[in-house]
Design a protein around this ligand. Structure first.
Ligand SMILES: [Mg+2]
Length: 369
């Protein structure tokens, strides 16, 4: 079961978010780019993973093709925890939270896909779970316009979602979303992506208090200010964070500081499924809810679904509220009536459609063999 071939490729999928596209690093964000990792073993089995990309996808790919793939080539694909220890130790001086860990996350996820395929079982079953359908929340991108927030919350509720998350930073926009969500009996969360200093976050927590948020996500800059988060949490609003937290020990620091009610490990960033499981166990020991970060549309989302199905008592899967032209992992990455379904096949259960990969691939395939 040794690893004999690792391939990376990027697919770029056009989408419509129900409003003018957001900008990131000066560019309009109109395509979802997914960095796919394909790992093949000497048994002829193939596993798929996803490494965190967004605007930094080129950096992750350079880390993957240049350093991480050569480190795992020839190693046993079945000894996942030992391989994780070895690769993350070998790259720790290059960053404990960034392109190298993101790159390894894609490979690690592919190793679980391989483990499931070898056993003839879905990953969720390997982890001890049998749930096949999970509630999802609609994660709306930022509109910065109360009318567009209202319209998209209305549409998400009509599509069957009972949990909605906004990425809005003004009281006016949050109030607009809250009014519509309340009318439909939907829960509302607000994510501000580390927008504020602690004093500003305290003011906004007070401003948002009347809207009865299920959670207030990443209110404080920088994300590692655990004590600042704890100060905001003391205002009584449940705090969620973790998509920018490095591994098990990053979460340990957040929990020990009393900073979070909801932990959000991200499978494509944190080191893959194994590290997610370690974080979930830590959360269980401290009464912290796990609600993984998963604004993904490939193996990152599907792997998160398997972990949640098996290991999260109060499941809620993050699905970005946008409409993609096509996706190589259709239909499994799309929610229906506010729920996602797990593919029933072994491993992650959904290999990509090669025709869709060919149609939307940008650049070539890089092979390490
Ligand atoms: Mg977030």
């Amino acid at each position: 079961m040794n690893i004999v071939d690792i391939q990376s490729q990027i697919v770029s999928l056009p989408f419509d978010m129900g409003g003018p596209p957001a900008t990131f690093a000066g560019k309009a964000w109109t395509h979802l780019d997914i960095l796919l990792v394909r790992v093949e073993t000497d048994e002829g089995l193939v596993g798929w993973g996803e490494a965190f990309g967004h605007a930094g996808i080129g950096a992750t790919r350079a880390a993957l093709d240049g350093i991480v793939a050569p480190l795992v080539l020839g190693r046993s694909s079945g000894d996942i925890a030992a391989l994780t220890r070895s690769v993350l130790h070998a790259t720790h001086l290059l960053g404990r939270n960034g392109p190298f860990v993101f790159a390894y996350s894609g490979i690690e996820t592919a190793l679980w896909d391989l483990a499931g395929k070898r056993a003839g079982q879905p990953v969720a079953r390997l982890l001890g779970g049998v749930r096949e359908r999970l509630p999802a929340y609609a994660s709306l991108l930022a509109y910065h316009d109360p009318a567009l927030v209202r319209r998209n919350v209305e549409a998400a509720c009509a599509a069957g979602y009972r949990h909605i998350k906004l990425h809005e930073v003004t009281e006016e926009a949050v109030a607009a979303g809250a009014e519509v969500a309340r009318a439909h009996g939907a829960a509302l969360m607000v994510d501000v992506n580390c927008a504020w200093s602690v004093p500003a976050a305290l003011r906004m927590a007070d401003a948002f208090a009347p809207h009865d948020l299920t959670w207030f996500e990443e209110p404080v800059w920088p994300p590692e200010d655990a004590h600042g988060l704890a100060q905001v949490r003391a205002r009584g609003i449940p705090i969620a964070a973790g998509e920018n937290t490095a591994g098990l020990f990053g979460f340990k620091a957040l929990i020990e500081a009393g900073a979070i009610d909801v932990a959000q490990p991200s499978v494509t960033k944190i080191g893959g499924i194994g590290e997610m499981l370690r974080v979930i166990t830590l959360c269980e020991a401290h009464g912290v809810r796990a609600a993984p970060h998963s604004p993904y549309f490939g193996p990152g989302l599907v792997a998160t679904m398997h972990v949640i199905a098996a290991r999260v008592e109060d499941p809620l899967v993050e699905v970005l509220w946008l409409d993609m032209e096509a996706n190589p992992f259709d239909p499994w990455i799309r929610a229906e009536n506010g729920h996602v379904r797990l593919p029933p096949g072994p491993g992650l259960g959904c290999d990509p459609d090669p025709d869709v990969l060919d149609r939307y691939r940008v650049g070539g395939i890089v092979r390490t063999a």
